[in-house]
Design a protein. Structure first.
Length: 101
């Protein structure tokens, strides 16, 4: 699993039938700042993810990638590589809270 911020959405009017009705989001993975370990910083990458939890732009989410993305009941038959599986409320590292919604 990875932490990511939702940066936008994707609209594709033409797609395979199994993808019809699935919301697509642009997500940008984040990681713990290696220098200070007090905040989250972007990895500089971007992915398109299927949203299974109703996430919105600007929210931090949990994503999974690869074959794990197809292990939810909502995605088991979809041709996807990344899925949003949770909306993050807080992130704590040790005794330091590095993110709170």
């Amino acid at each position: 699993m990875f932490l990511a911020r939702v940066t936008g959405s994707v609209v594709a009017t033409q797609k395979v039938d199994t993808m019809t009705g699935h919301k697509l989001l642009m997500v940008e993975p984040y990681r713990l700042d290696p220098a200070k370990r007090e905040s989250l910083v972007t990895t500089g990458r971007t992915f398109v993810a299927v949203d299974t939890v109703g996430a919105g732009e600007g929210e931090f989410v949990l994503i999974t990638q690869g074959s794990s993305a197809r292990l939810t009941p909502e995605t088991k038959n979809l041709p996807i590589d990344t899925v949003v599986i949770g909306i993050v409320d807080t992130v704590q590292v040790g005794k330091q809270q590095v993110f709170k919604s």
